[in-house]
Design a protein around this ligand. Structure first.
Ligand code: RAM
Length: 890
């Protein structure tokens, strides 16, 4: 499914059709179209639709759609309707509208939306890759290289009147594109990072309005290092992939009004230089900007580039060219700092009030040569200085050198930082807090969820989670945004991604990640722990690579889109065979694991003080339980794809693994070493024989209540199954206790100690600093899933993936007085808001048009249940409600 910005419209009879599909430059020939219907009429569903697609908006007006007229189709589908019209040519922009018929009448034609089909084949590209495949004398490519931005420019004549002009470009690692003196688009740090030996994402811009017809025009492109030139991490060359020096392929396709066409593309006639203001740039060390090196007008017509070099042809990056379907990063929020304090000398500390990801915009005025340094950290030491040790060797410093006495406002381009505090030094005069503004940078995706309860700790945890998750969306989900790492570790996002689904419109991002993982598979079947595999970690374990299956499963369950299964099934199967071949013994135990239940809390804060958490405790119990779980998942996937013949094999292996698991790990009433995770996994995966279930669960409860004094003792793995398993076995109260704790170890403890995001370690305030990020999302486990699916009770349909038919079943847990949540599903907003007043609960729900909610009554509600003031038939434990707003009282 491709989605973009909704375009509003005017509709008759109270109906409104909104486009959800409106992107540019895709390379899918038959994209899926979606729309959203809204109306004040209750119980509305779609009965039919008609889609028109045409090569110009005018043709849509006349109903003479030249590409596709679906006719009136009797169907209730309003998501993922496959375009089934004429095959599109490359570089075409098409327009579309939809009309729907509902049980309450029909809509008017919607407003016009569009999409454009890009360049599907190599041969559609003109020109060649340009760059400079070397460092210049003032640059250094030793262990901590300083490589400046590359600047390329070209002037060209647009000979006639323009009808339409589109730029397609691949600028690696990062680009900023300018036309006639202006930046094109609002993306930053584009394009999305990939393993460039596998695939390269191109971005598309409609530049019709930016070009001048019958005139000279100028194009300028800046290139940053990004994930392409990574010699910054060259101290471990065996481990870290470096792709080469920055390079670009640019195509501007101009369609003239007279029907002719012209292409402007990169060639050795372009001019280039590396001797510009951005003297160094990388994600870890920051950006070094010398304004004295600026060349005003370089991106406009008439600039004297005689001192620039000829651009050079360079080797192409090997990977396939693909249209980027996921969103680029953007400045998504501005953050106003809360304090600015002098700390001696010319140094000041700026506090953003929030651990955030992005950068700082600065306004300064001084003398030529004044050098301002901005250094970033997540927290302060007791002496008020920045706490730098947990950033390891990342230099995290932006430098700006003034060129004159004019006031300037500046922000970096090719770096980002994870920070709450900034040390400012060398600022020319007394800085004022208004001279600085935080820019929060992450993928341009909408926040879909709202969540608030009567408990302030839960609310703060949710806020911390939002900041942490959003900030770590970098065209791939990274583990952390601050230290010399920032890698897309698979294990960190397994179940977490499921909770994130309710919070962010991240479907396209996670689909892209599935592709990254698939492309990172080795020929023998091995899957990595990090994908794209910038760090070549193929350590063979079930849990990190297994995130591949879990994300695909999540996307399928939550959206109903089978393509995520179809595209990845073969690779998953291959990996599971690979693991079994190598690591499954005769007793059907998967003997190999890498990380165990990563970062379990130490027994106490005292015991954890100064301690490294980087301890691996491999566990065959974990690997084997996951193998079992994945056999079940593969059976489901096979069913979805109609590959029935594969199922018996999965089921047979699953049974054997189960027997082996019971033999090896089941003791009398508990598993393994009776650690929480040892018992949680078999419970969550349905591996415990029915008769033993309660006994095993009682062990979990005992551990929490007695041994842990009401706390968890799980790491990255166990925490993913904790809250839901407790609730499923009837102890949501215990889950709530764990979630609202403020003593160690808990999310609330982090908050008590000043966290505004989620820590990497439960004992993050005292641990050895070398592995101690203050902004990791992995320890959230299944907490955000529990927030939405249990506390608010919003859940995709058990028998029908996606939200066409969904469930509403909150746990009205004792100790909580209210939960108010909403989730903007693709059909519209789903709401669940309950409040307890004494013995009575009032529950307000919202069901979007064209969906059905299966509302499950709380078992506790033994008395009368009122639905919109009327008594529900007694004993009715389930009602199906179609769209509208309702109130239940019981
Ligand atoms: C750390 C990462 C990540 C984790 C791995 C195992 O270096 O930060 O969070 O998945 O280790």
């Amino acid at each position: 499914m491709v989605m973009g910005h909704p375009e509003g419209d005017v509709a008759v009879e109270g109906l409104k059709v909104e486009m959800l599909t409106n992107p540019s430059g895709i390379d899918v020939r038959f994209p899926k179209l979606s729309w959203q219907i809204s109306t004040d009429q209750k119980a509305t569903y779609q009965e039919a639709y008609q889609v028109l697609v045409a090569s110009s908006p005018e043709l849509l007006n006349t109903e003479e759609a030249d590409l596709w007229n679906s006719g009136k189709v009797a169907s209730d589908e309003c998501l993922n309707v496959r375009y089934a019209g004429e095959e599109l040519e490359k570089d075409t922009k098409v327009y579309w509208r939809v009309k729907v018929w509902t049980n309450h009448g029909s809509s008017a034609w919607s407003a016009t939306a569009h999409w454009s089909f890009g360049l599907p084949y190599y041969k559609d590209w003109r020109g060649r890759w340009i760059g400079f495949d070397r460092a210049f004398p003032w640059e250094d490519i030793s262990t901590f290289p300083t490589l400046g931005a590359r600047y390329f420019r070209n002037e060209f004549e647009v000979k006639k009147q323009i009808k339409r002009a589109t730029v397609y470009l691949m600028g690696l690692g990062l680009y900023e594109l300018h036309l006639n003196g202006q930046k094109v688009g609002d993306a930053v740090l584009a394009p999305s990072p990939t393993d460039y030996t596998q695939n390269v994402k191109y971005n598309t811009y409609d530049v019709t309005e930016m070009l001048r017809g019958e005139a000279e025009n100028a194009v300028g492109i800046m290139l940053g290092n990004g994930r392409y030139f990574t010699m910054r991490q060259n101290y471990k060359p065996y481990k870290i992939k470096n792709f080469g020096f920055p390079k670009v392929l640019f195509n501007l396709i101009i369609h003239y009004a007279d029907g002719s066409k012209e292409v402007v593309s990169t060639s050795d006639e372009w001019k280039g230089t590396a001797d510009g203001p951005i003297r160094n740039n990388n994600e870890y060390d920051g950006e070094y900007y010398d304004a004295n090196k600026e060349f005003p007008g370089w991106d406009s017509v008439g600039f004297d580039d005689s001192s620039w070099l000829q651009a050079e042809y360079v080797q192409e990056p090997r990977g396939d060219y693909e249209a980027q379907m996921n969103e680029n990063m953007k400045v998504m929020r501005e953050v106003v700092p809360i304090s600015l304090e002098a700390i001696g000398g010319d140094r000041y500390i700026l506090d953003m009030g929030q651990n955030m990801v992005g950068w700082l915009q600065m306004t300064a005025q001084g003398e030529k040569g004044d050098t301002v340094k901005l250094k970033f950290a997540e927290s302060l030491q007791e002496d008020g200085e920045l706490f730098m040790t947990n950033l390891r060797d990342a230099k995290v410093t932006d430098t700006y050198i003034l060129k004159d006495d004019q006031e300037v406002t500046w922000e970096p381009r090719f770096t980002y930082h994870g920070f709450r505090f900034v040390e400012i030094s060398g600022y020319p005069r007394e800085p004022k807090i208004e001279d600085f503004l935080g820019k929060m940078v992450y993928d341009d995706i909408r926040t879909l969820g709202q969540f608030e309860t009567s408990d302030p700790v839960l609310n703060q945890i949710y806020q911390n989670a939002w900041w942490g998750i959003a900030g770590n969306y970098k065209g791939m989900p990274v583990d952390c945004p601050q230290r010399n790492e920032r890698q897309p570790w698979l294990g960190d996002r397994a179940v977490g991604a499921h909770g994130e689904f309710y919070m962010f419109d991240n479907v396209r991002l996670y689909k892209k990640w599935l592709e990254d993982i698939r492309l990172a598979q080795k020929a023998d079947g091995a899957l990595p722990d990090v994908a794209p595999a910038y760090w070549r970690y193929y350590s063979d374990n079930m849990t990190w690579p297994g995130t591949y299956l879990m994300i695909a499963d999540m996307l399928y369950q939550q959206t109903g889109d089978t393509s995520v299964i179809r595209e990845n099934y073969a690779a998953m199967k291959k990996w599971l065979v690979y693991m079994a071949d190598r690591y499954m013994n005769d007793e059907f135990i998967v003997t190999k694991d890498s990380y165990g239940d990563w970062v379990v809390p130490p027994p106490s804060i005292e015991a954890g003080t100064g301690q490294n958490a980087d301890v691996k405790r491999p566990s065959a119990l974990i690997s084997t339980a996951y193998y079992y779980h994945f056999m079940e998942m593969m059976s489901d996937f096979a069913r979805v794809l109609g590959k029935q013949r594969d199922i018996p094999e999965y089921q047979a292996l699953k049974e054997r693994v189960h027997e082996g698991f019971q033999q090896a790990f089941y003791q009398d009433g508990f598993y393994g070493e009776n650690k929480m995770t040892d018992n949680l996994l078999p419970l969550a995966f349905g591996m415990v024989p029915e008769d033993d279930r309660q006994q095993v669960f009682d062990q979990v409860v005992e551990t929490i209540q007695v041994k842990n004094n009401g706390h968890l003792s799980t790491g990255l793995i166990g925490t993913q199954w904790l809250m839901r398993t407790l609730s499923d076995f009837g102890r949501a109260d215990l889950a709530l206790k764990i979630a609202t704790n403020t003593t160690f170890p808990s999310w609330g403890y982090m908050i008590e100690n000043g966290a505004t995001t989620i820590w990497e370690l439960w004992h993050g305030n005292v641990a050895k600093p070398t592995m101690n990020s203050q902004n990791h999302t992995m320890l959230l486990g299944d907490l955000t899933v529990w927030f939405y699916e249990y506390l608010a009770g919003i859940k995709a349909g058990a028998d029908s993936p996606g939200f066409k038919v969904f469930e509403l079943q909150p746990v009205f847990v004792e100790g909580l007085d209210s939960v108010k949540a909403s989730f903007d599903s693709p059909y519209g907003t789903i709401g669940s808001h309950w409040e307890r007043m004494g013995e009575q609960i009032t529950w307000k729900i919202k069901v979007p048009v064209n969906t059905t909610a299966i509302v499950k009554m709380p078992i506790a509600a033994t008395g009368e249940i009122l639905l919109n003031g009327e008594v529900l038939r007694s004993g009715e434990m389930e009602v199906r409600l179609s769209s509208g707003e309702y109130e239940l009282v019981f």
